[in-house]
Design a protein around this ligand. Sequence first.
Ligand SMILES: Cc1cc2nc3c(=O)[nH]c(=O)nc-3n(C[C@H](O)[C@H](O)[C@H](O)COP(=O)(O)OP(=O)(O)OC[C@H]3O[C@@H](n4cnc5c(N)ncnc54)[C@H](O)[C@@H]3O)c2cc1C
Length: 432
Amino acid sequence: MTEYRKMDCDLLVIGAGMAGMVAAARAASLGIRTILAGNSGSLIFVSGMMDYLGVYPMEARKSVADPALGLAGLRAAEPDHPYGSVDHEQILQGFDFVKKVLGKAGLAYHLSGGRNLSVLTAMGTLKPSFMVPKTMEKGTRLFGETAEKKSLLVIDIKGLQGFSARQVAAGMEHRLARVIPVTVEIPGISQTIPPIVLAQLFEDPKVQEAFVRQVLAFSDKVDIAGMPAVCGVHNSLGIQQRLENLTGLPLFEIPGLPPSVPGLRLKNAFETSLAASGVTFLSNVTIKDPVFNGKKFTLTGSTDNRELSISAGGVVLATGRFPGNGLHARRERIVETIFHLNVHQPVTRSLWHGTDFLTRQGHLVNRAGIETDKDFRPLNKRGAPVFDHLYAVGSILAHNDWIRLKSGAGVCLVSACAAVDRFHKRRSKAGP
Ligand SMILES: Cc1cc2nc3c(=O)[nH]c(=O)nc-3n(C[C@H](O)[C@H](O)[C@H](O)COP(=O)(O)OP(=O)(O)OC[C@H]3O[C@@H](n4cnc5c(N)ncnc54)[C@H](O)[C@@H]3O)c2cc1C
């Protein structure tokens, strides 16, 4: 039997991925009565690294050492990019806000002092990022502009899917003094094991000790060790420090393929933060059928056995792109799925993708999305905000090929913070 309920809030955030979580946390920090609706499962797929701007110009595939300089170029050449509505200081404040939210929830992050960090990945490549889990920080020190060449032990674990110490070592041999790949065996693992299951096993001190016994044989041969990101789902930093103490080696985690343990830790930390901040989280509720009565929005939230009527003074749309279902590709047009907003896109489907899959320019479909004003309010075809209090944030925004620019989390978090701040300001001005 379907249960019906009415709910009321000042701000409804739709979508519980990176952008929605940050929007809800920001709203709670400003004392806004907030409901967040959606499925936080998409966070399990993120790498845990948070990029500001790692590559610019995109066509040159040029890694950016100083994202503030890259930002200046991007804003001048592409003023419609979401970063065109914010400045460097606001982006830094956005990162700092998220670092504090996660820190309070028990998940420590390391924020760059200004330059992009170089993160060693499971592919054996270096990736520019701006904020990384604290458990990855020591690895980034190996590759700074002034870093000395060190000896690295790369550890993989027998049976672990998607991680090869040999592959990582092959990619790093020319950059470091010496790289030794080694495979460690954990008793009881005879089959292939997914990273999240292995991380759960690593919470057992006996598993940690078995790992340490095998690594100890190398501790006088190298300066530092890297291992896959499996130092537990909970208390990852504590487990990493215990492994360091027992091996006598500085140690860092190497991010791997999705679904990822750092992504699961992020999901857990955001959920902990929501619970402590008084946000009402409607987990797995799908929002549809928006109606605006001139003052407030009313939307329907549904699950298999529940229908909710949610009334809200403002709405933040953080529903993502095609995988999140914020955008949907019909045969000829890309549509926005809840408000049927205008979607910036190529005029015909034949232009969505270029003929060269690896084209340096990227594919136009990856720049499709919602265009907004400087306050992140979606625009209609005449270029005016559709509603005073409807905002769009995160990867649904147009003009941001985040995979190529390496700007994923940065755009999510700064657009979420800015949109909520501007909603709060506008509402405070208007009075109750
Ligand atoms: C594999 C992978 C690796 C990544 N690596 C990096 C990285 O290294 N660095 C980096 O900075 N970023 C990375 N990112 C993430 C990047 O930050 C993305 O920009 C981010 O995942 C997009 O977040 P989002 O919140 O905009 O959308 P999503 O994560 O897609 O979230 C949208 C949410 O909205 C929900 N939703 C949609 N429609 C409705 C509805 N009608 N009602 C309720 N809910 C709805 C969806 O269920 C979903 O949960 C990675 C992402 C992925 C997938």
